[in-house]
Design a protein around this ligand. Structure first.
Ligand code: FMN
Length: 438
């Protein structure tokens, strides 16, 4: 494909290993495979299918707390540790990138640096780190409250710089492996770290050599002003919630501009929104799949979520009454996620949807992801439209509804994008960074 202005050469596509296709009531389907969630066969299957589709990476989001009330109706984020899980996929796959999520708010940098670099070694250069500052879980780490987003990002910036130093502190070139001379390594080539910052004090070096074959891609999620600036300073890609095309166009333009401000190329930071796909053989079936999946989602929970994000109590509102900008109280000072609260306000301000409609939107019932409910053709058209608008550099598939919908994403949509020249037909690289460079 030719390279028009801000349009990408080829899309970069990731696949969620969080089984989003078992979300809502979908886990209750007879073929959901939900019994396998805490084993490896379930994930090996998805990773192999993703590799057969030549995807850039599989991706595991993560949290470090258990939402106990939510367990009543679904597995939520109860899950295996993402880096341990991805290590189990290392020898079951050979080309696909493996993107783990680790929080800079709760982890010690030395441990993170060692775990991700270990994953990188055992996969021959296929590890990636999704940098999150987390939304909840402080009680599990001895913190009196969740630090403010500003504090979390300040810590994330120091954390990330420190991790990069640790990764370079024991260069692979220091290994001499000179059997004859009896010289294993050259200690003079080990670089001290001696980090003393506001949040961390780490002497270093890391007790693991760098992997010379390829850098470890960094991905970030969180789209407030400070989140964007942090992403633009270090990330190779941003995982984003962009429910409408304009949101993606704006975010991508902003990230590219900010990257240049940090002395990087605008192309260095790729925008990869989540793409929620409810796919079926016909539009009617897809709509049915979506309706069935969310039929059990409790109204009270949706209303509570709207109240938390906007301060608006809609419990007494008639279904057909539009919710408009004029109804919005001043934004709550500390919503759980500013990104998601902002996206919900944006929807209300732009569209003024009736309450019944609002309660079906991804901003309320999902993670505010871009969503296609329809056929593979519809999904191809949507991706093409967003590419042509300069809205994306790729996407992370978060299929919903059923195993069948997940398979249609990998075995229907992706091959069609490849046929259209929007995606690779085969791998040319063997590392995660190599795939992103294409
Ligand atoms: C699309 C998206 C995905 C996220 N995924 C995770 C995750 O898997 N684990 C986590 O702890 N936090 C996750 N977060 C939270 C962010 O890391 C961040 O802490 C939060 O969004 C606050 O930053 P903000 O004010 O820039 O939004 C995610 C945020 C967004 C927008």
């Amino acid at each position: 494909m030719t390279h028009h202005g801000t349009q990408p050469r080829t899309l970069h596509i990731g696949m969620s290993l969080a089984p989003t296709w078992l979300g809502g009531d979908a886990w209750r389907r007879p073929d959901s495979g939900v019994e396998g969630l805490f084993g490896t066969d379930f994930y090996v299957d998805v990773a192999r299918r993703s590799e057969a589709a030549k995807l850039d990476f599989v991706f595991r989001p993560d949290t470090l707390f258990l939402n106990t009330p939510a367990l009543e109706s679904g597995f939520g984020f109860a899950s295996l540790d993402p880096t341990v899980l991805l290590a189990a996929l290392a020898r079951e796959t050979s080309r696909i990138g493996l993107l783990s999520t680790v929080s800079t708010t709760f982890f010690p940098p030395y441990v993170l640096a060692r775990q991700i670099l270990s994953l990188h070694w055992i996969t021959n250069g296929r590890a990636g780190w999704n940098i999150v500052t987390a939304l909840e879980g402080h009680e599990n780490f001895g913190l009196p409250a969740m630090p403010s987003p500003e504090e979390r990002y300040e810590r994330a910036a120091e954390f990330t710089e420190l991790v990069r130093h640790l990764w370079e502190s024991f260069p692979e070139e220091a290994l001499a492996l000179d059997r004859e001379g009896g010289r294993y390594a050259d200690p003079a080539r080990i670089r001290p770290v001696d980090h003393r910052g506001r949040h961390f004090s780490v002497k270093g070096p890391l007790n693991l050599p760098s992997f010379g074959g390829a850098p470890i891609p960094l991905v970030q999620a969180g789209a407030s002003a400070v989140g964007r600036d942090f992403a633009a300073s270090v990330a190779d890609a941003v995982f984003a919630s962009t429910p409408d095309r304009d949101a993606a166009v704006d975010l991508r333009r902003d990230l590219r501009r900010l990257a240049e401000g940090h002395g990087r190329s605008a192309d260095a930071v790729r925008l990869l929104p989540g793409l929620s796909l409810y796919l079926a053989g016909s539009r009617a079936e897809a709509r049915e799949l979506f309706a069935e999946t969310h039929a059990g989602t409790q109204r009270a929970r949706k209303l509570a979520s709207i109240r938390e994000m906007t301060g608006l109590d809609l419990s007494d509102w008639p279904e057909d009454r539009p919710v408009t900008a004029a109804d919005l109280p001043p934004p709550p000072e500390r919503p759980r996620s500013r990104t998601h609260a902002g996206l919900l306000r944006r929807l209300i301000e732009r569209e003024g949807p009736a309450l019944a409609d609002l309660l079906q939107r991804p901003e309320v019932i999902g993670s505010a992801h871009w969503q296609v409910i329809g056929t593979v053709d519809d999904a191809v058209a949507a991706v093409r439209d967003w590419v042509e608008a300069g809205a994306i550099d790729g996407f992370i598939a978060v299929p919903g509804g059923s195993v069948g919908s997940m398979r249609l994403a990998l075995e229907g949509l992706v091959p069609r994008l490849a046929e259209a020249g929007l995606f690779r037909r085969d791998y040319t690289a063997t590392t995660f960074a190599g795939h992103l460079r294409e």
